[in-house]
Design a protein around this ligand. Structure first.
Ligand SMILES: [Zn+2]
Length: 320
């Protein structure tokens, strides 16, 4: 019996040992296999992520090259715009009469029966300014120059000559680029004082008169012109438009005779005449016209030709 029991016990022990072995094998197997499986899964995931990363990278590279392409196109366009603007510069320098097809018809009675004529020259100095100054000196007439910014030695000498010979010097615009100066009030005053400071440095005179590029009623400005005029007035600057356009900048290439006729007939109409002329580099006809105008007007006894000063009646196209 005892032998049988022993046998049974040994059998049971073996069974237990067998079971333990199985458990150990399974445990070891699981301990080894699971991490391997997990690692394999992770490897798969990593591979997928790598593939996604690679495709994103290639997408990114594509987008980058598209961006570079667009940038190059923008640069090209910018260049075209710049060269177009350069090409347009000459015609844009004198657009006042293009914008102002009609004179305002404003007149100011002088009260003493003597006509007063104020000849104004915009957009200089240029190669024509010297000839204009020579003619004015010859006829002993003083005029007004609404100048632009030019840092050349010739221009500096002309600013000085304008002042030294008793003419009035006023602000027109440093850059004379409408789209820049009329983009904002800030841009306008930046341009204005750039020129004001420059003229002061060169001539010792701080201009207190101005002619707004395109006139006060220009249609290109995106800022309120009446507001600009008021702010200039508050800063001690008086703005002048004109009531006689000589037509020397209307793009039709008028002859000197026609320019002179426009001015003289205007002067016949008004008691106070503020005459718009230009001393830009391509305004050769204006030089010849000036001699004709002075030949005609300086002989008249009931007429004075004067530079604009703070006593000059204001002629302005807009109300402010
Ligand atoms: Zn101008």
């Amino acid at each position: 019996m005892a032998g049988q029991e022993d046998g049974q016990l040994q059998k049971n022990r073996r069974k237990r040992v067998e079971r333990l072995k199985k458990i150990i094998v399974i445990t070891v197997f699981a301990a080894v296999l699971l991490p391997i499986l997990v690692n394999i899964c992770l490897l798969f995931l990593l591979h997928g992520a790598n593939a996604r990363l690679k495709s994103l990278e290639s997408e990114n590279a594509n987008m980058q090259s598209q961006i570079d392409e667009l940038r190059a196109q923008i640069d090209n366009l910018q260049e075209s715009v710049t060269s177009y603007e350069e090409g347009q510069k000459d015609t844009r320098e004198e657009p006042e009469t293009v914008l102002e097809s009609e004179n305002s018809g404003q007149d100011v009675l002088t009260g003493d029966g003597v006509k007063r004529v104020y000849l104004t020259f915009d957009d200089g100095p240029s190669k024509n300014t010297e000839a204009i100054l020579d003619i004015l000196a010859e006829y002993e007439v003083k005029a007004t120059f609404f100048v632009v910014g030019d840092t050349s030695g010739e221009a500096k000498a002309l600013y000085k000559r304008i002042v030294e010979e008793g003419h009035s010097i006023g602000i027109h615009s440093y850059s004379h680029k409408y789209h820049e100066i009329y983009a904002s009030e800030e841009a306008f005053f930046e341009d204005f004082y750039l020129l004001s400071d420059y003229i002061y440095d060169v001539t010792g005179v701080r201009p207190d008169i101005c002619r707004l590029p395109g006139g006060s009623s220009n249609t290109v400005s995106s800022i309120d012109m009446a507001g600009i005029v008021n702010q200039l007035n508050a800063r001690g600057i008086t703005c002048y438009d004109w009531n006689i356009s000589s037509g020397d900048a209307d793009g039709h290439g008028l002859s000197a005779e026609q320019i002179a006729l426009n001015v003289i007939s205007g002067v016949d109409t008004f008691q106070t005449s503020i005459v718009l002329l230009h001393d830009g580099k391509d305004k050769d006809q204006t030089v010849d016209a000036l001699r004709m105008i002075l030949d005609e007007l300086t002989d008249r006894e009931d007429l004075e030709i004067k530079p604009i000063t703070e006593e000059t009646p204001i002629i302005l196209h807009i109300t402010h």
